[in-house]
Design a protein around this ligand. Structure first.
Ligand code: MN
Length: 237
């Protein structure tokens, strides 16, 4: 009897552990970001109407590549545990140097940024559960766009605008300076980023020069809402 009760208890513990694993798994499987630079999911000229090929090429091969390399250098120099995920590292970025902060953020932000875009199209908008959540949170997709665009235009100097899911699973809009993001423990805004826009001048200067507002307005055509939905679903789990 005793041993059968013990077996039952162990089985329950095993089941509970399995369920915990299972609930964490979809986020990792779908949207986890690695430490290597992934191939760009489209040719440099794929977003031409919104972002020119030359900007894409320099942005990917120079800026983003440097963040990736410098992140690996910082991890080696600071003996960061190679087994942790990039998301884990960002969650405790306050324990590391400014070099780690800038480059872990820089690498993560660009890796997700490339995936957040696709060939531009008119009337490009979210659908399904994400569209419903945006409507109920912001009133309409148009209002959400206005608030996000304001956050992107209002970020002084270099940084990012975000739509993110906070710890209460609510959609939020905000911005971060430099290469910070809402996953970082030092960030003023905290949560899981589902949509992000790079407003560093290197992201738009060749085509738009000082006209950041035009870049932001045009950028909506190229948002990959399927990927944003995937990140949204993962954030809710
Ligand atoms: Mn950039």
């Amino acid at each position: 009897m005793k041993s059968s009760a013990l077996r039952k208890a162990s089985l329950h513990m095993l089941l509970a552990a399995f369920c915990t694993l299972l609930s964490a798994y979809p986020l990792k499987a779908q949207v986890e970001t690695g430490f290597e630079q992934s191939p760009l999911p489209y040719p440099y000229n794929a977003l031409e109407e919104v972002i020119d090929a030359r900007t894409m090429e320099i942005h990917y091969t120079k800026h983003a590549a440097a963040y990736c390399k410098n992140l690996k250098d910082a991890m080696a120099a600071e003996a960061a545990d190679g087994k942790m995920t990039l998301e884990n590292l960002l969650n405790k970025i306050s324990k590391y140097s400014a070099k780690m902060r800038n480059n872990a953020g820089g690498h993560y932000n660009h890796e997700i940024f490339w995936k957040m875009m696709r060939s531009p199209s008119d009337n490009n908008q979210p659908s399904g559960k994400l569209a419903q959540a945006i409507e109920s949170r912001f009133g309409s997709f148009e209002k959400c766009k206005v608030a996000f665009s304001e956050a992107a235009k209002g970020r002084f100097g270099s940084g990012w605008a975000w739509i993110y899911v906070d710890e209460k699973k609510n959609l939020q809009i905000g911005s971060t300076p430099n290469q910070d993001n809402p996953l970082m423990d030092i960030s003023e805004i905290k949560g899981f980023p589902i949509l992000g826009l790079d407003v560093w001048e290197h992201a738009y200067y060749l085509k738009y020069q000082n006209k950041r507002a035009d870049y932001i307005e045009n950028w909506w055509k190229t948002v990959n809402w399927d990927y944003i939905s995937q990140r949204f679903e993962a954030a809710l789990k």
